[in-house]
Design a protein around this ligand. Structure first.
Ligand SMILES: Nc1nc2c(ncn2[C@@H]2O[C@H](COP(=O)(O)OP(=O)(O)OP(=O)(O)O)[C@@H](O)[C@H]2O)c(=O)[nH]1
Ligand SMILES: [Mg+2]
Length: 338
């Protein structure tokens, strides 16, 4: 699955309909007054959040969006009907930019708002509007106004509901391989993953997306390793899974790994650490149960993390992953409600 997080669109709101120039015609009244109605307003273009969409993939094929024009006015003071508004649905967190100036137009972060991005043109005036004491039979009517047109860029910071963070080699990509159809490369060396990968999980009640990003190391916020720039891809996920490598290449113990990772996350400006974050200790196939219990205790006491937020799995064998996925699904559904 591609990591699509940009789309370029041409949008054009509807033009206003033109006003009519017409005169009342009645039997025995040769010159009735002006009765040309106004044109209808062109349709607006709105953007609206749909929380069931989480990629911009639909915009890769369709790039032009036009709202309907207003209709012309007509005689007997009939106003033209307004063009229907066009509502374009986007994922939560889509940021809309003016493609020409690069300026941000709006951040679609509230699902209760219809964001007006291109305004339809007003309808023209019919000749009935131009009647005055000095001009009883005006022929003048005006054309409708043009609807706004814009070249815009959509950008989605995060497509994922769940983000995986951890030291290189912790098994993040192995986990994504096991639980989804995504196939990021796996390797027994640091920095196997060089760009974010997404995998979709089909749960019982809902589908959700997990993002695997390149590993973090101590000093990443100062540019060590691949740095922290990839955190922007998970800065809006509802849940972070902090992956702990139970068999760390550098022999960094679990508590120390969590501390170092949290420190790097803290430096990221989007308050990553305020999200729901669970600790996932991976590679339990390589250690015995007694050790698992001891590690759970250590994390609980020294990090003040509730035991229900600590998971033990083997990404390689799949042990423990099923129940973790089930709980993730429930949590994602909960998070999407807010
Ligand atoms: N025994 C065992 N090995 C695992 C498990 N999960 C991952 N590994 C191995 O750990 C190594 C690293 O796995 P990756 O999935 O590439 O790790 P990563 O966290 O994606 O690493 P980066 O992409 O470098 O950040 C590979 O050799 C995996 O086969 C596990 O549950 N048990
Ligand atoms: Mg990887």
């Amino acid at each position: 699955m591609n990591f699509i997080d940009e789309a370029y669109l041409e949008i054009k709101a509807g033009d206003g309909g033109s006003g009519a120039s017409s005169f009342r015609r009645e039997k025995y009244i040769p010159f009735g007054g002006p009765d040309g109605g106004d044109g209808g307003k062109g349709g607006d273009i709105y953007f609206k959040v749909n929380t069931n969409i989480n990629t911009l993939i639909d915009f890769q094929n369709k790039k032009n969006f036009t709202a309907k024009n207003g209709e012309k006015g007509s005689g007997k003071n009939k106003f033209g009907s307004a063009g229907i508004d066009l509502v374009i649905e986007v994922p939560l967190g889509t940021v809309i930019y003016d493609e020409i100036t690069g300026e941000e137009i709006v951040d679609c972060n509230d699902k209760s708002i219809n964001y007006l991005i291109a305004k339809g043109g007003d309808g023209g005036l019919g000749n009935a509007k131009f009647k005055s004491s000095t001009n009883q039979s005006p022929r003048k009517s005006t054309p409708g106004f043009e609807g706004e047109s814009k070249s815009i860029k959509l950008e989605l910071k995060s497509l994922a509901d769940v983000g995986l963070v951890g030291f290189p080699n912790a098994g993040k990509s192995t986990f994504l391989n096991t639980v989804s159809s995504a196939k990021p490369k796996i390797g027994n060396y640091p920095f196997t993953t060089l760009r974010p990968h997404l995998g979709t999980i089909k749960g019982d009640a809902s589908s959700y997306v997990i993002a695997d990003i390149p590993g973090l190391i101590e000093g990443a916020s100062d540019g060590a390793g691949l740095g922290i720039k990839f955190l922007k891809h998970i800065s809006r996920t509802g849940i972070l899974l902090i992956f702990v490598d139970l068999l760390s290449l550098d022999n960094i113990n679990p508590v120390e790994q969590i501390k170092l990772l949290k420190k790097e996350l803290d430096t990221f400006k989007d308050n990553l650490t305020q999200k729901v974050s669970w600790v996932v200790c991976n590679k339990i196939d390589l250690i015995d149960q007694g050790k698992i219990d001891a590690i759970r205790k250590q994390i609980q006491t020294s990090m003040n993390i509730s035991s229900s937020d600590i998971y033990f799995i083997s990404a390689a064998t799949g042990k423990g992953t099923k129940s973790l996925l089930k709980l993730l699904e429930t949590e994602v559904i909960e998070y999407r409600k807010n």
